[in-house]
Design a protein around this ligand. Structure first.
Ligand code: ZN
Length: 339
């Protein structure tokens, strides 16, 4: 078996190894389902064309063949954003408030969307760490790829360890119904939207390019920000959300948006940069294909952030770029983050 084939097989084995990440997982979790982390009915159906959307393809073996440049690939709607990280019983029960009702100004709904983002990332990061660790020892790994795999495995293990701490915080808050511990900003829209996402990041720089946290291995605890698109009664919304234990960095993120806005930056551009830097997204094919080459270049620059462990993240990746790219507009903002 070739290295590339072995790598793809290892990744697929991990993806298919379902398990329930619900905080009460145990003996009753017998039917693992493939769930959408970006809602299919609510959001993906708004952008699907002939059953497909675009998604970033940044697989390490692909990076090698494209000279380190990520590419967009067409993905069937039933595969986009799905993960086998929850059993049917727990998924149906826990997520009913967001699967059955449009998003309102509701702390419980926000907490559940954020929790689903975390569970999906937890599932993916754990899979990646395991399959990379298995691949490093494959006899056919070319020497040039080995160091990239080692660096990637270390990065994934580091991210997973921090994510694990946050998952425990979310598990505790949600199982005890402490939804008031969640902060959020809701950007409401009635316009089209050609990018959907459900993601998270450890905020390293804010929307003005100022450093917030050092993501180096010596850092003990990192703050975590989640973000997602969601259907509302009269349109859709883009939401930033976090647990109060991540207030320190996330309040800076919030203030930098306000300050950037006051200085003339557009919310639409800021949220586009954030969306493209998140790898769990879905993009409308005709919108992307209709962009000018210069706009696609700006989009690819945003998409590339964080995909290659050998490339240092530019401090201003949320402060500049993608101006005028977005087709969405926001009608008004609801602030659920004031303290
Ligand atoms: Zn379960």
């Amino acid at each position: 078996m070739s290295f590339t084939h072995a790598h793809q097989t290892a990744m697929a084995q991990q993806r298919n190894r379902g398990r329930c990440l619900h905080y009460e997982n145990g003996g009753r979790c017998d039917a693992i389902i493939s769930a959408h982390s970006i809602q299919k009915g609510g959001q993906l159906n708004l952008i699907v064309e002939q059953g497909h959307v675009y998604q970033l393809s940044a697989d390490l073996t692909m990076l090698k063949s494209t000279g380190g440049k990520p590419q967009l690939k067409k993905v069937g709607i039933n595969k986009v954003s799905t993960f086998r990280g929850m059993c049917k019983h727990h998924d149906n029960r826990l997520f009913a408030p967001i699967d059955d009702r449009p998003l309102a100004f509701d702390h419980e709904q926000i907490a559940l969307y954020a929790y689903r983002s975390i569970c999906r990332e937890y599932f993916v990061k754990e899979n990646a760490a395991r399959s990379l660790a298995a691949m490093i020892d494959h006899p056919d790994v070319p020497q040039a790829n080995r160091q990239l795999l080692v660096d990637s495995a270390q990065g994934q293990a580091f991210g997973f360890q921090h994510l694990h701490r946050h998952k425990l915080i979310y598990d505790a808050a949600i199982s005890e119904g402490n939804f008031a511990e969640f902060r959020f900003i809701v950007f409401r829209s009635s316009s089209p939207c050609s990018v959907q996402d459900s993601g998270l990041l450890f905020p390293d720089y804010d929307f003005l390019g100022r450093k917030l946290q050092d993501l180096g291995p010596e850092t003990k605890a990192l703050d975590l920000l989640t973000f997602f698109t969601a259907p509302t009664q009269d349109g859709w919304a883009y939401v930033l959300a976090w647990h109060e234990s991540s207030d320190q960095s996330c309040q800076w993120v919030r203030e930098s948006m306000q300050e950037g806005f006051n200085r003339g930056a557009k919310l639409e551009d800021m949220l586009m940069r954030l969306s493209l830097a998140c790898e769990n997204h879905a993009i409308r094919i005709s919108w992307w294909d209709g962009l000018l080459p210069s706009a696609q270049g700006a989009g690819f620059a945003a998409l590339s952030v964080g995909t290659d462990p050998r490339v240092v993240t530019p401090p201003d990746y949320l402060a500049h770029g993608c101006e005028g790219l977005a087709d969405w507009t926001f009608d008004y903002v609801q602030d659920g983050a004031a303290i």
